[in-house]
Design a protein around this ligand. Structure first.
Ligand code: ZN
Length: 133
């Protein structure tokens, strides 16, 4: 169950951490792209011949930036969902930190959400292996 409540005194500000981490990652990606550095190949796919659970994420991101959501989804469905959800969550986190709004907190069923997410990762990874991504 999710609730909206003020940040408690001395409570970890997860939104500030998330916003800083994602903001920093976006800046690093932009710097990487502006320097035209090569995208490293997947070590697991190179070594074992099968894709890792995140294979296709970079190509999916490129497809999204070109406006081709279908191609992005085919390349790595879960990555697209997480990139879009992460964008929404990043916006929420920045707004929450700047305007000191109430925070979204998961208060029940945390293990259920973790298991559902793990199942989604395994399902997505199976798709990537079967599709040869
Ligand atoms: Zn990979």
């Amino acid at each position: 169950m999710w609730v909206l409540r003020p940040l408690a005194p001395k409570e970890t500000d997860h939104e500030a951490i998330f916003a800083a981490a994602i903001g920093g990652a976006v800046l690093m990606v932009l710097a990487w792209l502006s320097l035209a550095l090569p995208v490293p190949a997947c070590a697991m796919k190179s070594a074992a011949g099968i894709p890792c659970a995140t294979c296709g994420t970079t190509r999916a991101l490129h497809a999204l930036m070109e406006g081709d959501a279908i191609r992005a989804f085919v390349l790595n469905p879960l990555a697209v969902v997480l990139l879009l959800a992460g964008s929404v969550w990043f916006t929420y986190a920045v707004v929450a930190v700047i305007f000191r709004t109430r925070r979204v907190r998961l208060i029940r069923y945390a293990k259920w959400w973790a298991r559902a997410f793990a199942a989604l990762v395994l399902l997505n990874w199976t798709y990537l292996i079967l599709a040869g991504r």
